[in-house]
Design a protein. Structure first.
Length: 148
């Protein structure tokens, strides 16, 4: 088994690529005007973000399929098979939609501007950064821990 440093190196070597991906996610609008009680399956809230996520996964050689209540509201499902006989599964899950931008924004909510090492934009912290982290963690595991 690889040392933890190998995973750290695999994550570090793709840092710029991961930041670029996060910027693309933030620039892709996915404002959800609905509440759970009045959500509509016909409004393409997550459709554009799902396409960006699926494209990145496929680019990195990770299988990715779209599933959902409708083609306009897909989820992205990707899996990376483990090794050994532990039989354990790790599920990483988050959401792709964002709230509406508030009037208190001092920057363009879709600019994904980086200032002093921080990325600013709607959904950057909730939860598009998690999407990027999950995908690039899987990439690091695949490249270093499993040599694929």
């Amino acid at each position: 088994m690889e040392q933890p440093e190998a995973l750290t190196d695999a994550i570090a070597e793709a840092f710029d690529q991961q930041v670029d991906f996060l910027q693309r996610l933030v620039r892709t609008m996915s404002v959800n005007p609905f509440t759970p009680n009045d959500s509509s399956a016909s409004v393409p809230v997550e459709q554009a973000v799902a396409a960006v996520v699926q494209q990145e996964l496929l680019l990195l050689g990770l299988p990715a399929e779209l599933y959902g209540v409708s083609p306009q509201r897909p989820n992205v499902l990707a899996s990376l098979s483990g090794q050994g006989r532990s039989g354990k599964t790790l599920i990483l899950t988050t959401h792709m939609d964002t709230v509406r931008p508030s009037n208190g924004y001092t920057r363009d909510p879709w600019d994904a501007h980086i200032e002093n090492g921080r990325l600013y934009g709607l959904g950057a912290a909730d939860a598009k950064a998690q999407i990027a982290i999950f995908i690039y963690a899987a990439r690091a595991l695949r490249r270093r821990a499993w040599g694929r």
